[in-house]
Design a protein around this ligand. Structure first.
Ligand code: ADP
Ligand code: MG
Length: 256
């Protein structure tokens, strides 16, 4: 069985509107998959359902991670199992510094793994954090600031990448990570993610624009339209979509 197996997934909004209408997707450990599609097709809804966002209800189907159905689990329980969603904490958290936030997130994962408290030693945390911040060209001062409080768009994205580097999930779900990044920040973030990818960490990259895929190279590309995967291929498909757009895959009458 693959690391992540999404089977016949249907997701509805709180008012009952069906947005994701039967998705099957398997991702093996270490693989990079891209889900690409037009705006409004339901990509973020899929990502929110993977995360366990309460506003998105799974009405049918399963999300199996390591064989375990995640559908009834809370977002933090999913994170403990090694699933990471880059927009997990998109908001400012007043009073919680970046360092403290990362420390508690790391400790919660370590605790789940060890079955008991197993806090990361502070010197180890500091050393690791400084090294990863240097990789991502994040200023040291950021670590002492309250998380996402007054961060620029680029700083937020880098913060997400810092979380990724520190938490070392088995699968990273990145939803529109390239949005709002200038080309310099995109390169830092894209190369940062690509460096983390390997046998220990795969990624599901959800995006409208293919530009991040220039850095984070997908093994498989899935075209998403009107709540479904309508076409699949290898990396060449991302280039085709860049040249030709989504028209040919979008069902008539669906949002473009
Ligand atoms: P994408 O990420 O592909 O652009 P979304 O999943 O964000 O698509 O949105 C798909 C559809 O669901 C859109 O019509 C959007 O307006 C609607 N939608 C998504 N989330 C909500 C929400 N929380 N409340 C109301 N409508 C929503
Ligand atoms: Mg979206």
């Amino acid at each position: 069985m693959a690391l992540l197996e999404i089977r016949n997934l249907h997701v509805a909004l709180e008012d009952g509107t069906q947005i994701v209408k039967g998705v099957d997707l398997s991702i093996d450990g270490g693989e990079v998959h891209a889900v690409m599609g037009p705006n409004g097709s339901g990509k973020s809804t899929l990502a929110y359902a993977l995360m366990g966002h309460p506003a998105y209800e799974v009405t049918e189907g399963e999300i199996l991670f390591d064989g375990e159905n995640l559908v009834e689990l809370e977002a933090d329980e999913r994170a403990q199992r090694g699933l990471f969603l880059a927009f997990q904490y998109p908001h400012a958290v007043p009073g919680v510094t970046v360092t403290n936030f990362l420390r508690s997130a790391i400790n919660s994962i370590r605790k789940a793994k060890a079955g008991q408290d197993d806090p990361i030693p502070i010197p180890e945390l500091r050393k690791e954090l400084l090294a990863r911040m240097e990789d991502l060209k994040v200023s040291r001062e950021l670590a002492q600031r309250y998380i996402n409080d007054g961060f620029s768009g680029g700083e937020r994205k880098k913060m997400e990448m810092l979380q990724l580097a520190m938490l070392k999930p088995r699968l990273a779900v990145l939803d529109e990570t390239d949005t709002g990044l200038d080309i310099v920040a995109l390169k830092v973030v894209g190369e940062g993610v690509e460096k983390l990818i390997g046998p220990e960490m795969g990624a599901l990259v959800i995006t409208h624009y293919p530009r991040i895929l220039g850095f984070v190279k997908p093994d498989f590309v899935h075209v998403f339209a009107d709540g479904r995967i309508v076409h699949e291929g290898g990396p060449e498909l991302a280039q085709e979509l860049e040249r030709e757009g989504y028209d040919k895959y979008v069902p008539a009458g669906a949002a473009a």
